[in-house]
Design a protein around this ligand. Structure first.
Ligand code: NAD
Length: 387
């Protein structure tokens, strides 16, 4: 008699591949990056394209919308289906599901299919929100990300995640979804306010501390130039930081974060909690700087880094004008950030800490008293750079 099998083992391997371009003046007539990006797989076809733009990018680049329209009109391969749609900028855009819904309506109205393109130009918050919205119509439309802040150019646009906030929790609703392409144009950075120019540097310090000592030394050496808005120093910082993020996501073997280990989230348990406790008045990058300071203090107490290394870390953050103390850190709810972080990732708590400069360790327990001590230390010694 034939035996009936009761299990069929299914295994599907999917390769995710996308280019990350670095350019200047993306929509200048002679810049072919965008056109090639849209048409390289199907050069003979006319491609439907719908743009979403961060309101603070469109207001600080008043010629941008006209340049996009002119550029697309001159490209035979692009069918610009609508005037670019301006969406609110900053974290507020992730706190409002009605904006996601409006993106869905536009994709329906302009018949954006899986082979059409949505293009998002903006900071990390707008990229996250539009990415989340575009991951669902038809189970995902092609998305080209054009990040316009330091943080989005060196970190958030490089990954395969998107999200909005819900139930007063950071990134509660989201998907894993790779972009079709990413295009970094350094010219956008010139209109950032000082806070947003600086805040994304914390993500570079984060990866440098756990992965790349020479990169940390580069940042240490260039704090003055960075504070003084030197575009070349910033361009180098962004490139290296983006490269490390891309390499980690490609090589970690866990692009969709199914395991416990999450090195790129070093400093983030405190950061996410601080952001929500401040009603998102503290920028993500600013909150990450505080998270790095707290967890580095903890790492020193545990003997993973020495006192000189701790002072080097705090000094770099301080020299870059990061506030390292906020009153929200005294909120009794602050420490619950650890449990919320565990819950968001699922499974057991896994906190990444630096070992020396450039290496890391993961710990599964955090002593709360030492975190309170870190907060007291930062209040007493680094209460100066406040907003
Ligand atoms: P942001 O998007 O809030 O932008 C900061 C401010 O700058 C906003 O007011 C924005 O409108 C404005 N802005 C953007 N570009 C500008 C420009 N060129 N000129 C002038 N103003 C401009 O902040 P951010 O630091 O870019 O991104 C933070 C967000 O990214 C957070 O929501 C964070 O959770 C998310 N993030 C996501 C990932 C991921 O993997 N998906 C990773 C890291 C961070």
């Amino acid at each position: 008699m034939m035996q009936i099998q009761n299990t069929i083992h299914q295994k599907i391997q999917v390769t995710l591949e996308f280019p990350v371009h670095f350019t200047q003046n993306l929509f200048a007539e002679n810049n072919k990056t965008f056109e090639q990006c849209v048409s390289f797989k199907e050069p003979k076809k006319q491609h439907k394209v719908l743009f979403f733009i961060d309101e603070n990018v469109s207001s600080t680049h008043p010629d941008l919308i006209d340049s996009i329209k002119t550029y697309c009109q001159k490209c035979g391969s692009i069918n610009l289906v609508s005037n670019p749609i301006v969406v609110p900028g900053g974290e507020v855009v992730k706190n409002n599901t009605s904006i996601v819904e409006s993106i869905h309506k536009y994709t329906d109205k302009f018949k954006i299919c899986r082979h059409s393109f949505a293009v998002v130009i903006g900071g990390g918050a707008v990229l996250d929100m539009v990415g989340f919205a575009c991951a669902t119509p038809h189970r995902g439309v092609r998305l080209i990300r054009i990040p316009t802040t330091v943080l989005s150019q060196n970190d958030s646009a490089m990954g395969v995640k998107n999200a909005i906030n819900a139930f007063n929790k950071k990134n509660f609703l989201g998907t894993f979804c790779a972009p079709y392409a990413v295009i970094n144009d350094r010219e956008f950075l010139k209109t950032l306010c000082f806070r947003d120019w600086i805040s994304g540097i914390s993500e570079a310090i984060k990866v440098a501390l756990i992965k790349d000592k020479p990169f940390f030394e580069f940042i240490q050496k260039h704090t003055d130039l960075l504070v003084n808005r030197d575009i070349i120093a910033m361009e180098k910082l962004i490139f290296r930081c983006a490269e490390i993020h891309l390499q980690h996501i490609r090589c970690s073997g866990d692009a969709f974060e199914l395991g416990y280990s999450r090195p790129l989230d070093f400093g983030h348990w405190a950061a996410h909690k601080l952001e929500s406790l401040s009603a998102y008045n503290i920028r993500h990058g600013e909150a990450v700087a505080v998270g790095i300071a707290i967890d580095s203090y903890y790492a020193e107490k545990k003997g993973f880094i020495n006192k000189v290394q701790l002072q080097d870390i705090l000094q770099v953050l301080h020299s870059l004008r990061f506030p390292l103390y906020y009153k929200e850190m005294q909120d009794p709810d602050f420490i619950n950030g650890l449990e919320e972080f565990r819950e968001h990732l699922g499974g057991i708590l896994c906190i990444t800490l630096p070992v020396g400069i450039g290496k890391k360790i993961e710990v599964n327990e955090i002593e709360h008293d030492m975190i309170f001590e870190a907060i007291d230390y930062l209040r007493e010694n680094y209460n100066g750079n406040g907003q």
